[in-house]
Design a binder for this molecule. Structure first.
Ligand code: G4P
Length: 283
């Protein structure tokens, strides 16, 4: 589910996150590993301020692993702890607690020096819609937490979900908006499926996807649709027409658009990263 972010919604979402911050030691900021910058909330720094943070690069199974490592270095250099995870399969989930303790080391040592009993780390999960917040929380808690829906939710009494003895999660994640007023970012979010289809122009999105794969992963594109290098020099419209014929859709061009978008989203064209580390200065 995607919601429309009107200024009123944004203010409310922001207020809800700010209110909950006081209950937690650390924020788990989930980003999509295919979009390590574009899937961030543009105002998160301002919203969470000095609250310690651990960045979780989720959906790593769908991202280009070379780029993911580069992005992890980028976050390290920026002073953030991070873990590369795949919430769907539970990969690296067990790294989250130790990395959180590293981020909170100073505080933990201070409390130890004061002779205080060790406390469970209290965390809240924050991220844009569809980035994997519920999936990750379910994985951590190992049960089915009811999906909260992407509404800037009604604040209930604060409830905690226990993850073993050392970690407690706030029961509802913080849902914040992406920077979708930037068209390029909007297109990237749409191609990964973070933005609902009916809001988009499918043809434009398919063109964008084909151009992107043509530039960064041409082999994958050629192999998936049995295209030659010459085919790739054609316009995206001609490439799509060729794919439509090859897949037996004849002149059903719309179906070819949907197919390409769907296959990119689900990883059938291989792993990919839309935010390119080498272009970092452009973000
Ligand atoms: P949200 O709470 O942040 O809104 O996101 P949610 O957990 O609902 O996840 C959104 C979609 O992303 C779900 O797919 C979920 O399965 C998928 N997802 C989450 N983490 C990962 C991951 O690490 N790798 C991959 N490949 N996918 C992930 P869906 O199609 O909406 O639902 P479903 O078909 O899985 O039920």
């Amino acid at each position: 589910m995607i919601i429309q972010w009107f200024p009123g919604h944004m203010a409310k979402a922001r207020r809800e996150v700010s209110e909950k911050l006081k209950y937690v030691d650390i924020v788990f900021e989930i980003v999509d590993a295919r979009l390590p910058l574009s899937s961030r909330n543009p105002m998160l720094d301002q919203i969470i301020q000095q609250k310690p943070r651990l960045i979780l690069l989720n959906k790593a199974d769908l991202a280009d692993s070379k780029q993911t490592s580069l992005w992890q270095n980028y976050f390290t250099k920026a002073g953030f702890g991070s873990v590369i995870v795949n919430a769907q399969q539970g990969k690296n989930i067990n790294r989250i607690l130790p990395e959180s303790k590293k981020v909170l080391e100073e505080k933990i040592l201070r409390n130890q020096a004061k002779g205080l009993k060790p406390q469970a780390v209290r965390a809240m999960v924050i991220g844009i819609p569809n980035v994997g917040k519920s999936t990750l929380m379910n994985r951590l808690v190992k049960k089915n937490i009811a999906k909260t829906g992407n509404k800037p939710g009604v604040t209930k009494g604060q409830q905690w979900l226990k993850v073993g003895n050392d970690l407690e999660l706030l029961d509802t994640p913080g849902i914040l908006w992406p920077k979708f007023e930037d068209q390029k970012i909007g297109q990237k979010l749409a191609l990964t499926g973070a933005i609902k289809d009916d809001l988009l122009h499918m043809e434009e999105l398919a063109f964008y996807g084909l151009a992107f794969f043509g530039q960064y992963y041409p082999r994958n594109l050629m192999e998936r649709y049995q295209l030659t290098e010459v085919s790739l020099t054609q316009s995206p419209a001609d490439i799509l027409a060729e794919i439509a014929v090859k897949r037996g859709f004849k002149d059903n061009y719309d179906r070819a658009c949907e197919l390409v978008i769907q296959e990119i989203r689900s990883g059938k064209l291989g792993t990919y990263t839309l935010d390119r580390y080498e272009e970092v200065e452009k973000y």
